[in-house]
Design a protein. Structure first.
Length: 322
């Protein structure tokens, strides 16, 4: 079964609550496409420092929202001129290539050629119009992303704080030169792309979709509980209001800001703050576990079950300390 959900409003906390409710369901035969928009919102990854990624004070002064998602990756800007999509797919049926093809087929219907790039981007004419992120749930996996269509690039530049190292790695000097609105390339709007995304979804999966009303989902008690969580100070900011990065670096797999609280008497790392746009959440969690309580003079041993890519991430982070 193919399920379609189209959000009827632009509150980011309610939209993400519905998304996470859908991800929690145990429906082994249902693949969901969820389409939604957020009003003037900076969305950061699960492990990111909001104040390093976003001008929070300016965003809030302008009536915008900060939202932290439950997936990895970097900061992105949402507004009413763009659209976001989520694929919620049972784990045995999850196929990123197939899911990306829905997006690419919809954009191709405007006569535009697209390509996948790097860890999670989709490009048109060499510029990014879609950033994507991924996570694994108990029963289903999530693949979601943003499609830039008629976004306010000036607002994006005002609110986002990309690190100079990241811009240099891309060989450009600004956010604007890295991204493109599809409306610059074809007659694309956040309204007329919706039926094309639905058509592409049905074509790729070979079935008709059944729409479930957003209003029905948004009123569920479980969704309201998730809304409270994702709009809370604890989820959005945690202890980051006091965070000052002491070590920063950009690696092939992502950027890192690191702060350590050292117990000088016992020469161990008492606690740490680790901000990153890395997509692999599990290895970052393991790094925290390895470092908390470890010596600040000799690195802990890397577990034998780590793969080559995980070992590289650990080695790079350790290089900032040892």
């Amino acid at each position: 079964m193919l399920r379609l959900v189209v959000s009827s409003q632009t509150n980011p906390y309610l939209n993400v609550a519905v998304e996470n409710y859908l991800l929690s369901l145990n429906e082994p035969d249902t693949i969901t496409l969820y389409l939604w928009k957020n009003h003037r919102t900076v969305v950061i990854g699960k492990n990111q420092n909001p104040f390093a990624e976003c001008n929070v004070d300016l965003l809030e002064h302008d009536g915008g929202y900060l939202m932290r998602r439950s997936t990895g990756g970097g900061a992105v800007f949402h507004d009413d001129g763009n659209i976001n999509f989520s694929f919620v797919v049972p784990r045995p049926l999850y196929d990123q290539t197939r899911q990306f093809s829905v997006l690419q087929r919809a954009v191709a219907s405007y006569g535009l050629t697209t390509e996948l790039s790097g860890r999670n981007d989709v490009l048109c004419q060499g510029r990014k119009f879609s950033g994507n992120a991924f996570s694994k749930g108990r029963y289903q996996n999530l693949h979601h992303g943003t499609i830039l269509i008629q976004g306010n690039v000036e607002d994006m530049q005002r609110y986002l704080r990309p690190k100079p190292a990241k811009l240099q790695r891309h060989g450009v000097q600004s956010v604007h030169s890295r991204v493109v609105n599809l409306s610059e390339l074809a007659d694309v709007t956040s309204q007329n792309i919706v039926p094309r995304l639905i058509d592409a979804f049905e074509q790729v999966y070979g079935d008709r979709s059944v729409e479930q009303p957003f209003s029905e989902l948004s009123q569920l008690a479980e969704v309201q509980q998730l809304y409270d969580r994702y709009s809370s100070e604890a989820w959005l900011f945690g202890s980051w209001r006091q965070f000052q990065a002491q070590q920063s670096a950009q690696f092939d797999w992502g950027g890192v800001d690191l702060q350590l609280d050292i117990d000088e008497e016992h020469r161990v790392i008492r606690s740490l703050q680790l901000a990153t746009d890395a997509l692999n959440l599990s290895v970052i969690d393991r790094v925290r576990q390895l470092l908390e309580g470890a010596s600040n003079e000799e690195p802990p041993a890397i577990p034998h079950d780590f793969g080559e890519e995980e070992r590289q991430v650990v080695s790079d982070i350790f290089s900032l300390i040892y």
